[in-house]
Design a protein around this ligand. Sequence first.
Ligand code: G16
Length: 543
Amino acid sequence: MNVQVIPSQAFADQKPGTSGLRKKVTVFQQPHYLENFVQSIFDSIDVPKGATLILGGDGRYYNREAIQIILKMAAANGFGRVLVGQAGILSTPAASCIIRKYKTFGGIILSASHNPGGVDGDFGIKYNTPNGGPAPEKITEAIFEKSKSIQRYKMIAAPDVPLDVIGETDLAGMKVQVIDAVADYAELMESLFDFNAIKDLLASGFRMKFDAMHAVTGPYAQEIFIQRLGAPADSLMNCVPLPDFGGGHPDPNLTYAHELVEIIYGENAPDFGAASDGDGDRNMILGKGFFVTPSDSLALIAANARMVKGYAKGIAGVARSMPTSGAVDMVAKSLDIPCFETPTGWKFFGNLMDAGQVTLCGEESFGTGSSHVREKDGLWAVLFWLNILAIKRQSVEQIVKRHWLQFGRNVYSRHDYEDLPLDAANGVIEHLRSNFSALVGKSFGQYTIQECDDFSYTDPIDGSISTKQGLRVLFTDGSRIVFRLSGTGTSGATLRIYLEAFEPDTSKHDLDAQIALSEMIKIALQISELKQRTGRDTPTVIT
Ligand code: G16
């Protein structure tokens, strides 16, 4: 084998964020940049000789080039086999499914998720461990440490491997197996949900619209909704994956999925709308003229899990990230099952799922999933909703409102301030943190602050501690405001303000969240001195 040891110089900025290393494509295109990070992964995980790796990405610009580099590095670093999605494509949940199904040594996923793509867009890379989940902090920290002092990487000199046709190629003694990216995942979905019931629903005149946002789930949606469930072709939109996502921002929320939102709030709207993101792990759920918050979606899925085939025996427990609303906590209480509150980031759910303590997990950031894989899973959430709708035969809005009637409504919204100067955003957080004791006991109209803290988490399974995971301002009536800086952006800083108030009064359940939360929004702006410190008081995105 012709292994080359290529000298290199360390880059100081390869610290993985909330979910892997995400940077501009142009940063990754610098000589040795990607290679250094990949070698740092391999040097941090003690690759057993002959191990199998999964490799694939969301198809964004630079995916193919990166795959060829990683294959040649995997061959030089002792892997025996790499399973690659056809054309180098795998959705993030499908990659997790395949890592688990074929019991591989883990996988490398190329994605910057919901961030824009294209020549000037973003690229990303992360390592998932053999359980199929994103590497925990102790591994991402080790990778970062290696990346700071790396001086060489290993690669073989060989021609590129053909990736478009299913089959096997020998790469200097390592097998490269190009696999169907969709089949294993679709089979897993069919084992969890009642496809016959959903087929009947779709045949009954019920209309759905799924928006793949020109990202990775297009072919998965085609296979599952059209081929296996018999939905008419016009049930799908933007299902041809494009390296720049058609110039869009593949983030399934009310702002960026506006094409779908206009359809679902327009005349002759379909009964159900859904979208997923760049790499297929996020989801947005809509009914005719109605938006389901991700926090409510998690609560509803938990409350109705028993009616769905794969969850008929009941769920062991639930987990949500700290900024996610407490709606699922109410359901857990009524089911008498544990509910865990973790920091933001799917990696924090892995230990709980591996230990069998939780079945369902969710985050306000449009992520929902279960222990069927170790990533959040966009199409899984869409199918869960379709299965519930197939059984209940009520509208999405009716289902949500009946849920609120039973459990109360956790009125919720997130305000994002994108692309803030880093210093100003850090200044807001520091200002709040240093003001905690002055804030406690202070009243603003009907609201009084009871407690403020900087969220920290001790993993109940391995005892690892994660600190500084978001600032919480908790009010005496149970309302709260959370301030947190995003860990997934690539330019400037994004400040997220999460607002939540519990509303048991059913007469107020129809209120628009922005109106119901208007006092809290004012308090958030006032105590953070946002306008003075950043010059901004209007969010970029409201969800
Ligand atoms: C990633 C993680 C999620 C997390 C989200 C938060 O999502 O996988 O678990 O909730 O980031 O992002 P931020 O730090 O920007 O608030 P994704 O879909 O980008 O992989």
